[in-house]
Design a protein around this ligand. Structure first.
Ligand code: MEV
Length: 452
């Protein structure tokens, strides 16, 4: 336990004062801590200010590698995918899948639906729900017209409120009801739009119930619990697929095509029936998806929460990808809910997000859904191909080797020699350490001692 005292009004302090408080209270070497923070400040003051203002209490920036995966032929268009991710082998795996499928007809992707929802969650203590329905049906048009000024821009762009319903959940929680809204938010993710409408609905619904003659006098009152969009968007769905003759799958390798397909299909089926495998399988899919979500300035927490709820929608957590082999044709596909925005949020602010969007040809949200779904499918294809053939460690450790060597603080020449020594074998931490120590003429024990 440290003995740092709680601080009041921290957010009101200047950046310098916050930093000073932090480093003097939590760090053994405050000067070193300060220099780390400062080394990540952007040298362009405007860009730093932008980052300072994204959140509260910004002290510095947190870098992530930004890489690209070229050669993604999607619906006949060639894309280069932007990816922000720290895991060594993800971009390499993605690029491999892009090239592989661009030589086999590319990816096909299609948005299936784009509906988003939100709820006013409330308590009503009456005993005849028919009365509440009557009041709701009468006031429905007022709920919509009272949000006209909020929805005007969205309506002009072809979106807006799609539906508004009263939902009775009192069988699950006493006196619990919802006003459920369905929305089309066009190119924005729509969280602010939906939440603003829900709060207005709550206000109108609450304000008018006092005069609702449909309802017995004692029950002309609601208690609003909360108004919030749902990040579960099973009706904001996109499908991406690849297909080719089975024989084309192993072209240029010494693998047997039928054996490859049998193992691949079995691997997908395992993820459909075995949750322990399904979670890792879907995690690999999210490597591709999250890295693009971050690069394009979208909300990866919302996407993660939604995708995993969707994967468990039948009551058992399952694979998000599926495979079919019919008449000698292999088809691999994903259906996934992705509520994405290409306007709003930080999309017009963060320089790297703007860069990513330009790299992708300034897609609208539907196109972005298609591209990101492809990224998930491609990543899963690469993972399953490695897992069912060479094993995952060969490719993964090859990419991770540099991280290990950086941990040893190996110099450029040592790195080159050690990497070359792993040309024909799978690296591991221990083997890399042995090679490094051999080059330095020390024992691994002596190296460990020097670091302790
Ligand atoms: C590692 O980040 C992702 C994999 O584990 C995915 C998978 O097992 O399918 C390789």
């Amino acid at each position: 336990m440290n003995n740092v005292k709680p601080i009041k009004g921290f957010s009101k302090l200047s950046k310098e004062a916050k930093t000073e408080w932090l480093i003097s209270n939590y760090f053994e070497n405050p000067e070193k801590a300060l220099s780390i923070l400062k080394s990540y400040w952007h040298n362009n003051e405007d860009i730093q200010k932008l980052h300072d203002e994204f959140i509260e209490n910004t002290l510095t920036n947190y870098y992530m590698p930004f890489g690209v995966a070229p050669n993604f032929l999607i619906n006949g268009k060639n894309y280069c995918l932007p990816m922000a991710i720290e895991e060594s082998s993800v971009v390499a795996a993605m690029a491999k899948a892009g090239s592989f499928w661009s030589e086999r007809g590319g990816f096909k992707a299609k948005v299936l639906s784009t509906t988003k929802v939100g709820h006013v969650h409330f308590v009503w203590r009456g005993d005849d729900v028919v009365q509440l329905h009557k009041y709701f049906n009468r006031i429905k048009s007022l709920l919509i017209s009272e949000t006209d000024s909020i929805t005007a821009n969205m309506r002009a762009r072809g979106g807006g409120i799609l539906d508004i319903e009263l939902i009775d959940k009192s069988n699950l929680e006493p006196n619990y009801y919802q006003i459920k809204g369905s929305f089309d938010t066009r190119d924005s993710m729509g969280a602010n739009f939906i939440n603003t409408i829900l709060e207005k609905w709550s206000e109108v619904f609450e304000n008018h119930i006092g005069d609702a003659e449909e309802i017995d006098k004692d029950f002309r009152k609601v208690e609003v619990i909360m108004c919030i969009l749902s990040n579960f968007t099973p009706d904001c769905l996109v499908r991406a697929e690849v297909s080719c003759p089975v024989s084309d799958l192993t072209e240029g390798t010494d693998l047997d095509a039928q054996k490859f397909v049998d193992n691949f299909v079995r691997a997908v089926h395992v993820a459909e029936i075995e949750p322990y495998r399904a979670v890792t399988h879907n995690k690999g899919i999210m490597n591709g998806i999250d890295s693009m979500i971050i690069a394009t300035g979208n909300d990866f927490r919302a996407i993660e929460a939604c995708v995993h709820a969707y994967a468990a929608r039948d009551g058992q957590y399952k694979s998000l990808t599926h495979v079919e082999v019919k008449d000698g044709i292999f088809t691999f596909y994903i259906e996934i809910p992705l509520s994405l925005g290409t306007v709003g949020g930080i999309t017009s602010l963060h320089p790297m997000v703007k860069f990513s969007n330009e790299l992708l040809g300034k897609p609208n949200s539907r196109e972005l859904m298609e591209i990101v779904a492809v990224a998930g499918l491609a990543q899963n294809f690469s993972a399953l191909r490695s897992l069912t053939t060479t094993g995952i460690q060969k490719g993964h450790m090859k990419m991770h080797l540099l991280n290990i060597l950086n941990q040893f603080e190996a110099n450029t020449e040592e790195k080159a020699q050690i990497i070359a020594s792993f040309n024909n074998r799978v690296p591991s931490y221990q083997l890399a350490l042995e090679e490094f120590c051999r080059l330095r003429g020390i024992t691994p024990e002596a190296y460990a001692k020097s670091k302790s």
